[in-house]
Design a protein around this ligand. Sequence first.
Ligand code: SAM
Ligand code: SF4
Length: 328
Amino acid sequence: MLVDRFGRIHDYLRISLTDKCNLRCSYCMPYDLPNGFYANSTRMSAEEIFAIAKTFVKLGIMKIRITGGEPLVRKEFRKIIHLLSELPVELVLSTNGVLLDEFIEDIKGARISSVNVSLDSLRPDAFLSITKRDFQQRVMSNIGLLLKHDFNIKINTVAMKGVNDAEFVDFIRLTKDLPLHIRFIEYMPFMGNGWHKDKVITYDEILKIAKTKFEFEPLTNAPHSTSKDFRVKDYLGTFGIITTMSNPFCGDCNRLRLTADGKMKNCLFGKDEMDLLTALRNNDDIETLILESVENKHEVMGGQFDKEGYLKTCVSDIDNRSMIGIGG
Ligand code: SAM
Ligand code: SF4
């Protein structure tokens, strides 16, 4: 079992297939990637992803999320999900939804039944301004396709003050007749993403906006859930808030990450990395390295945030990759 010094059991691994993307979300992909994208030779091959994932599963991982960058732009996407589907785990996917229509049968074939789709605006012009690409209608149509195929669908919306807060009510309204789970994510700081505490809309503020239009009930959260969920009376879907900045959920964290260049990160916000890919290529024992990384996990927010209040942290003090380089 993967247990850290604080007794937290880790059974959930998020694997980034690539640091590349077909969108340019300002909060995720820095305008200026200081070192560019990873060279192909530094990215894990399909077989290497499988070998590392298999070791994690042997150590107790029960759920794997395929993410990125945008996982669907990875050339070997089909091969990778096919390989991973052989492991005895729950396999789930995070995507921006742009290419889903091309891969829907492969995703079903890999027995993925739950898909998280990023969508920050319901307005094509605002979507274009946030992502720099004109794909809003294609994403909406692909969410429709997922619904048609009965996937469990979570919509991830990064809540940004003055950018999409006027649309929260419209997002929640979508859950009236559609079985969607909308999750507003508090805006998080990463290298080069222009984060400032004034751009964060917190849990309390989002609820205040929701209360202006809806009557809703809190739902019981699933174990290790990062989202506090609600349902508007008689609505089919739900909405939730991921409170990483105002109320982090580190005490219950069960997540580990593997970057596309094969580095294990035991926390999204930590600077510590364990180079599993080089070790694998050298035929070294990666099991020991994984256990060592879990053992050294910090108690809260990668040990880098101001414990007096996460929103007080100065982003320039945080040593970490960009979100696109980590894998969301
Ligand atoms: N390309 C896929 C997608 O967009 O869903 C997967 C990767 S993306 C990095 C995973 C998730 O991280 C997305 O839901 C995205 O909105 C979220 N994300 C990225 N940067 C973020 C930030 N600075 N604050 C909050 N959420 C962020
Ligand atoms: Fe690409 Fe997803 Fe990052 Fe947007 S959030 S730039 S879609 S990886």
